[in-house]
Write a protein that binds this ligand. Sequence first.
Ligand code: HEM
Length: 433
Amino acid sequence: MTSATSKEVRTLPPGPRAPALWQTLAWMSRPGAFLQGVHRQFGDPATIRTYWTEEPMVLFSGPDAVREVFALPAAIAPAGQSWEFVRPFAGPHSILVIDGDEHLRERRLLQKPFHGQQMRALAPMIAELARAEFATWRGPVNTLERMRALTLEIMLRVVCGARDEREFEQLHAAVDDALEGVRSLPRVLAMAVVMKDLGPRSPWGRFRIAVERFDALLYELLARRRDDPDDGASVLSLLVGQRDEDGNPPTDQHLRDQLVALLMGGHDSSAASLAWAFERLARNPEIQARLREGDPEYLDAVVKEVLRVRPALTIAPRLLLEPVQIAGHTIPAGVQVAACLWLAMRREDLWPDAGAFRPERWLDGSPARPLSWIPYGGGVRRCAGAPFAEMEMREVLRAAAELDFRPARPASERARRSMLVVVPDRGGQIIVD
Ligand code: HEM
């Protein structure tokens, strides 16, 4: 790949002059304020420099520019290369890190289970798990922690098809170990610096061991499900039934990579979005009350509005292998371009009173302008689990509507980064009465 020359880098759209270290800290600890500050000062587009990616990143948020970013062909702007750092867990054939025809083939296979009838059949299971979770809520609750537990349980039971308690507990412990290794910032940074195995006690060594343990359990589970299928009762059973263009069933390695991609794509992002839902609902008792009335259209509006005002992912990045023109700007090769999901959904010119949490805006009959509501990214890389994510949020929030809760502190929680997602900084703390 050609990297941008220093002259080309100097002609990138303007952005903060602060050192990359400072920008990285702001990006991690106050992502919402950082992005909004950049937008206020430099407009659209703007260039940021963080240790998140080796290259400078040009952020776009206007719908026309966003359309152009999402339409960039994979040969010029592969998205898989922007997620390179997940490869050690995701696996070399994971949909997250591959590009081009291989990616499209994989996407066609992976999306099949997430259509209509088959997915609706999974909803009652999710509702039941959510009701069991909420039955234990009394007093102070850290909703982020609880939603991580619930969405992981949903992933393991409904997606991976863990049946009995032993299967579930074993997988759960193994995933916890692997995720524990990558969730805290100091550890991620330590691993990024020394991405080699310095023994079983080093962060990277511990992570490798946790992944191997998880893989071994997953392969055992696959063997059991091939012997005794569960007929559409889990996403895994639908994946086992896939056939490629030549009619071949998926290999175990392939299924492992698919399940891990769904787990990585779908666990923390759903948990963060649900924690934000509690954070927002706790501060808006009138919205909680209306939700309790059970109108499905209103529930849908609440889900959409949470995803707009507090998207779990802030950017959809693509690494440029060739220079491109976006919204009239020439961007050189060797630079990351990103649709900035956070800014796109906070633009006052597109969303009146953009910072306000107002589900009613979805009921006014004025549909959002295309490519202004983009919590799932877009183009060929748009979130493959979006229908599942929305169904899951609807079922969980429907069950939560029975609860009476208020914020632990009146001030809104600020956003901070945890691994790949943006979460409420105090964990979406509520008091359940
Ligand atoms: C509210 C929850 C979720 C949000 C906000 C979200 C958002 C996103 C975003 C922004 C992307 C990148 C899109 C791009 O680069 O243009 C993505 C990709 C992806 N998501 Fe989600 N996601 C959510 C839940 C899920 C769930 C539940 C699953 C699986 C069951 C899932 C599976 C995936 C996969 C496999 C990809 C990679 C797609 C590809 O590279 O082709 N996501 N998601």
